[in-house]
Write a new protein. Sequence first.
Length: 317
Amino acid sequence: AGAGAMLAALAAAWSLVAAAFLAALLLLWRAPAPRPDGGGLGISGLFQDLIRYGKTKRGCGQRPGWLRLLQVPKRWFTHFYVVSVLWNGFLLICLFQAEFLGESLPSWIQQMHHALGRDSRGEDLGNEHFSALLVLLLLWLHSCRRLAECLWTSVFSNGVIHIVQYCFGLGYYIAVGSTVLCQVPTNVRNGKELSVQICWYNIIGVMMYIWASLHQHRCLAILANLRKSKSGKVVSLSHSVPFGDWFECVSCPHYFAELLIYVSMAITLGIHNVTWWCVVMCVLFNQALAAVLCHEFYQKNFSSYPKHRKAFIPLIF
């Protein structure tokens, strides 16, 4: 019962975050467009400033000085993945030691479990222990790749993000790894020998993860190459229309790939994990909001932009 209460609370929390992004997406369609002169900084203007970042802030005009104090460079996205690599790497080591070496999880993690109502004597969940470890590994590898891309592939302009978005990003990667860890009891071994069985959904999930990750990397490389010469030297920070790979179908295939990566983790966990599907819904609406804003930017700034492209999901949205 304790385990169920904790997982229900986590699912509820992620559902609230997903609902907030869905509400922002719906409000975006009803809110007045930002004024080029920077005027109209009422509730609508503050809302636009909060949800937009990078190139999508263009057209919002010159914002007041106090509002500019609430923004940080977009290149600070790199910090998200530094935090994720360190934090989720630490959780991965802890869970690996508990699974394979029979060691206990750190006392503060056990206390967190108890505070959330998780019974350390929880029933044996079979392959779910291994699936959770596998998902935490995939999440850590995803963060490592994204960190490497931020450092050596992507070319950031002088765009900015709101401090609220920045703080959310830092907290997100801490919360998402902790959510995976909470899928198993504090005493993951429970005095029994660990039996690792690779199930069909583990294989399908990992294959989908690799496929989506490869496409995401290709699309990010295409974006970066728009600003580089053939020799790899950065020659421009301006925006251009990307072509190739999934860009032929949608404006933001890297966001679509991000969604597929989280869906692949849901499959790896066994498909039935309600808590993780709530995480997927959060990613869906978050990435959809960003994709709509980017799609709008391309359509407004490039008259010859391909009309058949969708914003986020091929042929659908």
